[in-house]
Ligand binder design. Structure first.
Ligand SMILES: Nc1nc2c(ncn2[C@@H]2O[C@H](COP(=O)(O)OP(=O)(O)O)[C@@H](O)[C@H]2O)c(=O)[nH]1
Ligand SMILES: [Mg+2]
Length: 231
């Protein structure tokens, strides 16, 4: 048996957005975009409202320069509700407190700001979500911020609305002196129904983590072609 060096990269991905904007469904599709139509409708119709943190990860091999990097972004999905409807419901603030204990949550590689294009209120919440990220000090020099207008199968979003939302994020970043340059603030429109934008989003995330995530080198065992063991 011989070995070869293997490059790894990981990073935290956090989708933020109001309840029902599509955080859970979108994350599930990012993990596995090559699903059958039956599995796809199961994801769309049977994804349950969550009262707790959901964690998922995806993995892909990405070529960075002349190196193949195994990129493994970890997605942490928080519940979107902010009110405590009943004693059994965990609020967003309570969840955030718990997450202070997770070392992986100290810095965020990719922040996804999701809103539902059919519901303007979810876009107005953008400021609140950005403030959370700011207060938690998640945004650092290697954070990519992606605005995600979701559910574009239901309504084609007005370009002016997207542009002004992007301008808002850029001015927030500047005002709060966050170390994110304008090229690190993108917008990718998606539909979890038609899969528009999902592959582009997945590629953007896995590449970002491969290039700017937490890197490591491991050793991988490879089998001899002859099948004979060489001492
Ligand atoms: N038409 C349409 N429905 C969507 C889309 N994304 C999510 N949904 C639906 O919106 C609802 C809320 O999605 P979910 O992922 O649970 O939202 P979350 O509360 O942000 O996690 C579900 O019924 C989804 O099937 C989309 O792109 N288009
Ligand atoms: Mg959810």
């Amino acid at each position: 048996m011989t070995t070869e060096m293997k490059n790894y990269a990981t990073g935290s991905i956090i989708p933020l957005g109001d309840g029902l904007t599509g955080k859970s469904v979108l994350s599930r599709l990012l993990i596995n975009p090559h699903i059958t139509s039956v599995e796809h409708s199961d994801v769309l119709l049977k994804t349950k409202k969550s009262y707790n943190i959901e964690m998922e990860f995806l993995t892909d091999k990405i070529l960075v320069g002349d190196k193949v990097v195994t990129s493994t972004p970890q997605i942490y999905i928080f519940p979107g509700q902010r009110q405590k409807d009943n004693p059994h419901v965990t609020t967003f603030e309570e969840i955030l407190d718990i997450f202070d204990c997770f070392p992986a949550m100290i810095k965020v590689s990719v922040l996804l700001l999701i809103f539902d294009v059919t519901n303007h209120r979810t876009l107005e919440s953008l400021e609140m979500w950005l403030k959370f990220a700011y207060v938690k000090e998640w945004i650092y020099e290697k954070t990519l911020i992606i605005l995600i207008p979701n559910k574009i199968d239901l309504l084609q979003p007005d370009e002016k609305v997207i542009t002004s939302a992007m301008e808002y994020i850029k001015s927030f970043v500047k005002e709060h002196e966050l170390p994110v340059s304008e090229e690190r603030i993108l917008s990718i429109e998606t539909s979890c129904l038609t899969m528009d934008g999902i592959h582009e989003l997945r590629e953007t995330i896995t590449r970002w983590v491969a290039e700017y995530g937490i890197v490591g080198v491991g050793i991988k065992e490879i089998e001899e072609i002859t099948g004979e063991e060489i001492e």
